[in-house]
Write a protein that binds this ligand. Structure first.
Ligand code: AMP
Ligand code: GLY
Length: 413
């Protein structure tokens, strides 16, 4: 399924001169075959944020989806209606991290497909759990979700596989961590190793601040167990962009650029947040530059995954700093960005509006002359379509075509 989605993203073309790129999904008829086997799909979406609202909104447009639950969902998601027949998306009060309850729900309702929005259930292994119980689910498994679940894992991976990143060290001892921070003159990004709702990174510009940051994470344990181990990176200067790549374990296809706004307070004076607004495309890279940056990161990443036996299927979101000495990865996320998803999915045109041909027309005998004529008009772009040929007219046209000698060129069917 991911392979087919990849082909679809590969077909995203850009048009709309002067107004920035406009995404179009060209070949809608080539939906995953398993989707075609389920013309009345039941879909479970996990999560409750703006990202999941964007996913619900887009998925609800599919002509295949006959029922959709969102666990736990939110007030906006509860107002979304399915394009197929207008039913509302049903929010079920199950926390996204409560894997046993989510599995019990799946066993009761038997969704045909589950889509996971947030990082926590992925890091906890929801994909492995659902697959082990025979459910189809989209997202990286527990091993692959470590790219986001552990900054130490990611940093080690990047260094071993030659992915451009910041100079860094990983520590479980605060004294050694402070020593390393001092060697960077205190210009550091001090990061809790584990998940901390996107807030586990403290940026410092002096040795004193860096030491305070180490104490806050490792001694005061502001981020709980996530801070038992920390990664300290040199502080990078530059423009930050969010890359998104859809991966099937072997191939990674880039979405266009986007950028979110991280720092709180006017003039970027506050702490980092998880992101408070986004736009796409980001005007700092041309499409060609985006491909170059993407290749510099994704090619070694894919080779590294293959070498380490990591089967990453889902969305890889590298946060990248465009520095004077080239692009450098600050972190990897293993899911769609929030709020980046909101801008990506509103740019993605026509996904699922038109049912694939297999669903529109059940297999049957030859078309009638009227249908043939309509098809010719569609293909040859004639403006005027005769409303309805009389039976007699269509009979004669049909006969004329049949009797035409072989060398005469016929209208293409
Ligand atoms: P992370 O969760 O690692 O992406 O960090 C959150 C945010 O902190 C990033 O989006 C950047 O804005 C900032 N940040 C992280 N690492 C660095 C770094 N090495 N240099 C500068 N800013 C950073
Ligand atoms: N927009 C930041 C994130 O999704 O982590």
């Amino acid at each position: 399924m991911v392979a087919t989605l990849l082909r679809s993203v590969g077909r995203l073309t850009q048009s709309g001169k002067g107004k920035g790129p406009d995404l179009r999904l060209i070949n809608l008829s080539r939906l995953p075959t398993f989707l075609i086997q389920y013309p009345r799909m039941k879909l479970l979406l996990i999560g409750s944020g703006g990202r999941e609202h964007a996913l619900a909104w887009k998925l609800a447009q599919s002509p295949l989806v006959a029922r959709m639950w969102c666990a736990p969902g939110n007030a906006g998601i509860a107002e979304e209606r399915l394009a197929k027949h207008g039913a509302l998306v049903e929010c079920v009060p199950l926390p996204a991290e409560d894997l046993p309850k989510l599995l019990a729900f799946a066993q009761q309702e038997r969704p045909d497909f589950t889509v996971v929005g947030p990082d926590n259930p992925l890091a906890a292994g929801i994909v492995d759990l659902f697959q082990a119980n025979g459910f189809k689910i989209w997202g990286p498994n527990k091993q692959a979700a470590q790219f986001e679940g552990s900054k130490a894992f990611s940093q080690d991976f990047m260094e071993r596989h030659g992915i451009p990143t910041a100079k860094s060290g990983t520590f479980t001892d605060p004294v050694a961590a402070k020593h390393f921070a001092a060697s960077l003159a205190g210009r550091c990004a001090v990061k809790a190793d584990g998940l901390a709702l996107g807030k586990g990174v403290l940026l410092t510009t002096s040795v004193r601040e860096a030491e305070q940051a180490v104490d806050e994470i490792m001694v005061s344990k502001s981020f709980g167990a996530a801070g038992q181990r920390i990664v300290i990176q040199e502080l990078l200067d530059g423009m930050e962009i969010s890359l998104h790549a859809l991966c099937d374990g072997k191939v990674a296809k880039l979405f266009p650029t986007s950028q979110d706004h991280k720092r709180a307070l006017n003039g970027d004076a506050g702490l980092n947040t998880g992101g408070m607004g986004a736009y796409s495309p980001a005007p700092f890279l041309t499409d060609a530059e985006l491909r170059t940056v993407g290749d510099a990161i994704l090619q070694p990443w894919l080779r590294g995954c293959a070498a380490d036996g990591i089967d990453f299927r889902g969305l890889l979101y590298p946060g990248v700093m465009l520095t004077k000495s080239g692009p450098k990865v600050l972190e990897f996320n293993a899911r769609f960005g929030d709020p980046e998803t909101q801008v990506y999915l509103t740019r993605l045109k026509r996904l699922g509006r038109t049912p694939p041909r297999e669903l529109r027309r059940p297999a049957r005998g030859p078309r009638t002359p009227v249908e043939q004529q309509r098809q010719r008009v569609r293909r040859h772009g004639q403006r005027r379509l005769p409303r309805q040929l009389s039976e007699r007219q269509s009979h004669h046209r049909h006969r004329r075509c049949e009797r035409a000698p072989k060398h005469q060129s016929l209208p293409r069917r």
